[in-house]
Design a protein around this ligand. Structure first.
Ligand code: PLP
Length: 390
């Protein structure tokens, strides 16, 4: 038997090409500031430059890599650029890239504990570390999905499972209503659309002059819906809204959720990471009472896209909503062998925890907190300059 896969690229060729790619990455990361942030391209330009069908015969790696530099790079918007100011801060880092490279090389699938035990267990360990850094309760169970949109969809489905378990069988969510502020991210509405709740049943609560949800209006809307025969089941509060990073008054919203026994989900996709710095932990005040919370290491925790973390105090609701195990995936149960695919829609799971583990170990709690502090200081300086400018 050959010791190597003779159908793949020969190992020596791989080694040589990989060194070239790593050299290119190191140069790119140090020189990205000299490139234009936005590419000077017209829509369709790359499509016109590339052949309309794939090659019949394989091509040498040098040719492919040369075309990557010549054709692909000029069409990129450089999120790594120091003057990239769009959307949210770029969150990659050297250790994160290295973890991602290794995950691609290992190409393992963490759908079950047995399909790669270290994938599952490293996810449990890193999410427990992150939970402690953010000051979240010990009983919060963590799971990685690709994006916050998908995490929030899972939270909405878990909330529906909690209040209306028949939906899994009969597929009927009629009359269920979900609440968020008019400043909430569109992913809440998308999650409701996808879960069969319907856009019309997402109640967008007005905000105050600092763009925070008004809890008294939330309470009034819920009472009105109950009077009209609707079934409120879930409130989504945002910690760090997309456009202004406003923070909904979570303790007051949690009290409303408690009064009506509703599921409270916190969208801390962007802003929640601030809590890693002890003096900024107050951004998550009240979040301890939530049933679920999403935070994205790929937004502000130096981990390359994609990686989103959902924490929940009711993992059994996720499992009830999503577990469906065909015979070929049945494994011998063990109390410590977690099968993450039972807690979500996807079966196959990338080894995303590896890059997070690299990042958390390389920078450490103090290193991450210090970087967040520097970012916050820069934002405050910018705000100061803007308010001083006539
Ligand atoms: N929630 C908030 C507050 C966001 O700012 C964003 C994106 O910017 C999202 C959710 C969606 O994130 P994702 O792209 O991971 O789905």
């Amino acid at each position: 038997m050959p010791r190597v896969n003779t159908l793949d690229m020969p190992p020596e060729e791989f080694r040589k090409a990989a060194h070239e790619v790593v050299d290119w990455i190191a140069d790119y990361l140090s020189d990205v500031g000299t490139l234009p942030v936005l590419p000077a391209v017209e829509p369709g330009e790359l499509i016109d430059l590339l052949p309309s069908s794939a090659p019949e015969q394989g091509e040498p790696m040098e040719t492919i890599f040369r075309d990557f530099q010549k054709l692909i790079v000029p069409g990129l918007t450089h999120w790594n650029h120091p003057r990239f100011m769009g959307y949210f801060s770029i969150s990659g880092s050297g250790p994160g890239i290295l973890g991602e490279m290794l995950a691609a090389a290992l190409n393992v699938n963490g759908m079950l504990w047995k399909t790669s035990p270290a994938v599952t267990e490293l996810e449990q360990v890193t999410l427990s570390w992150l939970r402690q850094w953010m000051g979240l309760p010990a009983e919060f169970f963590g799971i990685i999905y690709d994006t916050a949109s998908v995490s929030t969809l899972h939270a909405i489905v878990a909330a529906r499972e909690f209040h209306f378990p028949e939906a899994r069988q009969i597929g009927d969510s009629r009359g269920l209503t979900v609440y968020c502020s008019e400043r909430a991210h569109s992913s809440v509405e998308k999650g409701a659309m996808t879960a069969g709740i319907g856009q019309e049943n997402v109640r967008k609560i007005a905000v105050d002059d600092a763009y925070r949800m008004k809890p008294d209006l939330l309470e009034r809307q819920i009472e009105q819906d109950i009077r009209q025969g609707y079934k409120p089941f879930c409130i989504v509060a945002t910690v760090g809204t997309t456009s202004t990073t406003s923070i909904d008054p979570v303790p007051e919203i949690a009290a409303v959720a408690e009064r009506f026994k509703l599921w409270l989900h916190i969208d801390a996709a962007y802003g929640g990471v601030a809590a890693v710095a002890p003096e900024l932990r107050h951004v998550l005040n009240g979040a301890q009472a939530a049933q679920s919370l999403v935070v994205n290491p790929h937004k502000w925790l130096f981990t390359p896209v994609d990686i989103s973390v959902l924490y929940t105090s009711k993992p059994e609701m996720l499992r009830k909503a999503f577990a469906l195990t065909p015979a070929y995936l049945e494994t011998q149960g063990h109390p410590r062998a977690l099968n993450y695919s039972e807690y979500g829609l996807q079966l196959g799971r990338r080894f995303r925890a590896l890059k997070l583990w690299f990042v958390m170990r390389y920078f450490g709690h103090e290193g991450i907190a210090e970087r967040i502090r520097i970012h916050v200081r820069m934002a405050q300086e910018l705000a100061q300059k803007i308010s001083e400018h006539p």
